[in-house]
Design a binder for this molecule. Structure first.
Ligand SMILES: Nc1ncnc2c1ncn2[C@@H]1O[C@H](COP(=O)(O)OP(=O)(O)OP(=O)(O)O)[C@@H](O)[C@H]1O
Length: 235
C-alpha cells in the first residue's frame, strides 16, 4: 500500500533522507522511531506529496506521488501531532466541514457515530472545539481520517501529550484500522507504544533507516537496548 524505493530528499546541501526503502502492506502498522532530525516527518511528507523527492519514488497504492499527487492523496488520511480545527465550530461541525471537502457526504447520525467510535464523549460532540483538550481534538482528527475511508493512514507523533488512557485508546483505534485492512505508518518517540501497537518497527537516524524489525520478536527492554545501541554507534 505504501512503498518507498530509494527515496531521497534534500534541503539545499543537506540530505534529510538517504535512499530509503520501505514497504507497509495492508493491515500492517509500521512505527518509525528515531531522534529529532532523523527523517521521520520528511518520510511522511514525501508520501503526502508535501515534498518533492530529489531521487527515488514514493508510491501509494502503486501511484507515484510525485507524478500524481492528488490521486495518491485520495488513498491517504493524515493525523499530525496537532490536529488543526476551527475553534468556534463544534466537533461535529468540524467533522462535517472537513469531510465535505472530500466530496463524500454522510448523514448527521453517521457523523455522530464516527465521533463516538473515535472515543469522543457524547456530551462533547456539540461543544465548541475551543473547549476541547488535546486528546479530544485528536479524536475529531481520527473521526475525520476514518470518514475518509482511506486505505492508508499516516501519523506524525499522534500520542505526544496524550495521557496514558487516551494514548491507550489511540492504540485500540490503530488496531481497528489495521483489522480493517488499512496500512498505518506512524512516526513516534514513544518506544513503549510502538512496541505495543506496531507489527513492524523501524529505527531511523540521520536520514537513514538503520533497521526494520518484527515487533513481535522484541520485548520492550530489547527494543530500548537496540534503539540505544543504534543511537550511540557511529554511522
Ligand atoms: N523545511 C525544511 N528546511 C530545511 N531543513 C529541513 C526542513 N524540514 C526538515 N529539515 C531537516 O531535515 C532533517 C530531517 O527532519 P525531520 O523533520 O524529517 O526529522 P524527524 O525525524 O521528523 O524529527 P522530529 O523527531 O524532531 O520530528 C533535519 O535535519 C531537519 O533539520
Amino acid at each position: 500500500m505504501l512503498q518507498a524505493i530509494a527515496l531521497t530528499c534534500t534541503f539545499g546541501q543537506h540530505t534529510a533522507l538517504h535512499a530509503l526503502d520501505l514497504e507497509v502492506g495492508k493491515g500492517e502498522i509500521c512505527c518509525l522511531l528515531g531522534p529529532n532530525g532523523a527523517g521521520k516527518t520528511t518520510t511522511l511528507n514525501c508520501f503526502l506529496g508535501f515534498l518533492q523527492p530529489a531521487g527515488g519514488t514514493a508510491l501509494v497504492n502503486g501511484i507515484n506521488v510525485a507524478q500524481h499527487r492528488q490521486e495518491a492523496r485520495r488513498h491517504l488520511a493524515y493525523i499530525p501531532e496537532t490536529v488543526m480545527l476551527y475553534p468556534y465550530l463544534s466537533g461535529l461541525e468540524n467533522l462535517q466541514f472537513f469531510n465535505a471537502l472530500t466530496g463524500r457526504e454522510l448523514s448527521k447520525e453517521q457523523y455522530i457515530q464516527l465521533l463516538l467510535d473515535a472515543g469522543l464523549q457524547q456530551a462533547a460532540i456539540h461543544r465548541r472545539v475551543q473547549t476541547y483538550s488535546k486528546g479530544m481534538r485528536q479524536k475529531v482528527g481520527i473521526a475525520i481520517a476514518t470518514a475518509k475511508n482511506a486505505g492508508a493512514l499516516l501519523l506524525d507523533e499522534p500520542t505526544s501529550g496524550l495521557d496514558p488512557r487516551a494514548s491507550n485508546e489511540f492504540s485500540d483505534l490503530l488496531r481497528r484500522f489495521s483489522n480493517e485492512g488499512r496500512a498505518v505508518l506512524m512516526a513516534t518517540h514513544d518506544l513503549y507504544r510502538a512496541r505495543e501497537v506496531a507489527t513492524r518497527i523501524g529505527i531511523m537516524k540521520e536520514g537513514r533507516l538503520l533497521t526494520m524489525m518484527d515487533a513481535a520478536a522484541v520485548d520492550h527492554y530489547a527494543l530500548e537496548s537496540i534503539y540505544m545501541e543504534h543511537m550511540t554507534a557511529e554511522l
